[in-house]
Design a protein around this ligand. Structure first.
Ligand SMILES: C[S@@+](CC[C@H](N)C(=O)[O-])C[C@H]1O[C@@H](n2cnc3c(N)ncnc32)[C@H](O)[C@@H]1O
Length: 250
């Protein structure tokens, strides 16, 4: 039996947002590795051995997956959302680059999923309808000075922005600093969207003018979107719709 590794994205939460391609990989796999809450989302199957692991062991987990595939197992590496967005796909390739030479010849595939920012954008309209960028606000894997520089330059270039990992218990001050930087760099009251537990039964979407935002509005279950200077709000009964027009006047 020849082994493989498929790095799969299981979407933001709703089972209906797991692609048929990912469902097929999960059905064929012998082993699933991933962060505990993501592996918990994989349906139990008598032919599938689950290997949940802690948050900060991405390279160990990747090596384990590659080793099992070398032994002939069919291994899924599970990420929430899309595996290429601040998730396991890059970690597996890092392990391949620096690992055993024979790992390079394994059958390794990345199966995309719906990332949080796209599910959040869809839930409130189309705030990412023009040019945008995505920034991970955690400084666990990069210096804070680089995050701040990217925020300033993204504001200067007038991108809409999506922020992942905005605020955790171990980094309570980072999002406060990010908001200060954005308020000063943007200088206006464009909408910021706090999308929490998107696509889950307890989903909440809050649209707040940038200058009125406060750090406690986000946690690690929130993806935060910020409009560009062109982003518009359509008021109506119930929740408003937010969109960024497809064109910018020359
Ligand atoms: C380590 S990143 C993983 C991102 C994931 N690979 C993706 O494509 O969505 C974790 C962050 O994604 C965001 N996130 C993931 N799922 C979410 C959801 N259902 N609702 C809101 N934010 C979510 C949060 O910002 C969270 O802190």
């Amino acid at each position: 039996m020849s082994g493989w590794v498929q790095i799969v994205g299981i979407g933001p939460g709703d089972d209906a947002l797991v692609t048929p391609q990912v469902q097929a990989a999960l059905a064929e796999a012998t082993d699933a590795v991933g962060y505990i809450p993501y592996v918990e989302r994989v349906a139990q199957n008598p032919n599938l051995t689950l290997h949940p692991s802690d948050n900060r062991v991405e390279i160990d987990r990747s090596q384990h997956a590659l080793e099992m595939a070398s032994e002939g197992k069919r291994v899924v590496v599970v990420s929430s959302g899309d595996p290429g967005v601040f998730a396991m796909a890059a970690a597996v390739f890092e392990a391949v680059e620096h690992g055993k030479p024979e790992w390079r010849n394994l059958d390794i595939r990345v199966l995309p999923g719906i990332t949080a920012m796209l599910a959040a954008s869809a839930a409130c309209g189309a705030p990412l309808g023009h040019d945008f960028c995505a920034i991970n606000l955690s400084d666990n894997l990069k210096p804070w000075a680089l995050i701040e520089k990217r925020l300033r330059l993204a504001a200067e270039a007038d991108f809409a922005m999506a922020f992942y990992n905005p605020r955790s218990k171990s980094r309570p001050e980072g999002f406060e600093k990010a908001l200060e930087t954005l308020k000063a760099a943007c200088g206006d009251n464009r909408p910021m969207i706090f999308a929490r537990n998107v696509s889950r039964p307890d989903q909440t979407i809050k649209i707040v003018p940038l200058q009125e935002t406060t750090p406690d509005m986000a946690d690690m279950r929130t993806v935060v979107l910020l409009g560009s200077s062109q982003t518009r709000i359509i008021e109506r009964e119930g929740a408003p719709m937010v969109y960024t027009p497809r064109s910018v006047a020359s």
